[in-house]
Design a protein. Structure first.
Length: 197
């Protein structure tokens, strides 16, 4: 049993101090995942990899210094792979929320409406990310496992081997499903809209 799995079991059993022990064990890996994901974000993005890691960690485990055990909905991981899959999903959701806020502001969410005439607007990274999220939800309705694979490979930047461990399948299966998912998303989003890592 890995150190991460042991600490996750302590958190599950209500050990409030365990969340402080978990961060040093997973920080480097979470930071790598966040940096991988942030590479495809627009330059000058207000959310930095460190902030993404900390926000995802808080959503998964809760505050370290609170002394409270994590909420029931935040725990229950089956091990290291499951934890990192949950971290990938948390990071994806944080980025989607950030894109929605940027889109709202871009569309004048913080201003009063004024008629200025027709001004062409180029699609930005927020639009691309939201289109990807909509396509991913559609894929999840058709094949939840493929959608999970895309989240792990594209949003979290996991390798084929790490994805295989997280999903409990062989690397060969991950490669085969990743090829299919890329083709499906390319068809759904257009050939230039989906740029897998």
């Amino acid at each position: 049993m890995s150190d991460v799995t042991a600490v996750l079991q302590r958190i599950e059993s209500g050990d409030a101090a365990a969340s402080a022990d978990l961060l040093p064990l997973v920080y480097a890996e979470l930071r790598r995942l966040a940096e991988s994901r942030m590479r495809s974000e627009v330059a000058g993005h207000t959310l930095q990899p460190t902030a993404l890691v900390h926000e995802a960690y808080l959503r998964l485990v809760g505050p370290i210094d609170s002394g409270d055990a994590p909420d029931a909905g935040r725990s229950g991981w089956d091990g290291r792979g499951h934890f990192f899959a949950a971290a990938a999903e948390a990071m994806r959701r944080i980025l989607i929320e950030s894109a929605r806020r940027r889109r709202s502001l871009k569309r004048g969410g913080d201003r009063q409406r004024r008629e200025l005439g027709e001004v062409p607007v180029e699609p930005d990274d927020a639009d691309r990310l939201l289109d990807m999220d909509a396509a991913l939800q559609k894929l999840a309705a058709e094949d939840p496992d493929l959608a999970e694979l895309v989240k792990l490979r594209y949003f979290a930047g996991l390798s084929v081997e790490d994805t295989a461990v997280a999903m409990g399948v062989s690397p060969r299966t991950v490669k085969r499903h990743w090829s299919f998912a890329r083709a499906w998303l390319g068809r759904e989003l257009g050939p230039d809209a989906f740029d897998p890592q």
